[in-house]
Write a protein that binds this ligand. Structure first.
Ligand SMILES: [Zn+2]
Length: 174
């Protein structure tokens, strides 16, 4: 293959406004105008430049992926809950979770832990492990309140979906 066959010449006319724009770009990059044009065309031929249409498609695909991730996370949390407590999340819990997911205030997967330790008659903070023991209906209710206060004061947050749901369900077992 001759040199001319290996490195053919392309020459074409271009509107002067585009040429000016490209010339500025080339000067900034310390390239000649034709070297800049060559680089752009090479990138295009190698698929490194994507058309605006493709870039929009890519954005849509990414948005779909994000949505899918959020939905998967939501389903996983619901499923985790079911596995831990052997019953589905209550309707109000589901609504809260769905709202939380929509607002992207996702509770971390490790925080699907219940604060209620039934076998030891106590609540246990899911963040720090602090215990709230009870031995009567009265202390059960007081400690539940203490737990809520503890979460607000010590961990600077509201009860999460699981905590709210559990506190809404649990009764003191004599
Ligand atoms: Zn704590």
């Amino acid at each position: 293959m001759s040199y001319n066959q290996r490195y053919p010449i392309i020459s074409f006319r271009i509107e002067s406004t585009y040429k000016k724009k490209l010339q500025t770009e080339a000067t900034n990059k310390k390239l000649s105008l034709s070297d800049l044009a060559k680089l752009v065309l090479q990138d295009y031929a190698q698929g490194k430049l994507i058309s605006p249409k493709k870039s929009l498609d890519l954005e849509i695909a990414q948005a779909r992926l994000e949505k899918l991730k959020v939905e998967t996370n939501y389903l996983r949390m619901k499923n985790d809950y079911f596995e831990k407590f052997n019953k589905p999340l209550s309707d109000s819990g589901t609504r809260m979770l769905s709202r939380a997911v929509k607002h992207q205030q996702l509770i971390s997967p490790e925080n699907t832990q219940s604060p209620y330790d039934e076998s030891n008659n106590r609540f246990q903070c899911v963040d720090c492990g602090n215990c709230f023991d009870f031995d009567s209906v009265e202390t059960f209710l007081t400690e539940m309140r203490e737990y809520k206060n503890h979460i607000i004061a010590k961990h600077n947050r509201d009860l999460n979906v699981i905590e709210k749901d559990v506190f809404g369900r649990v009764r003191f077992n004599e």
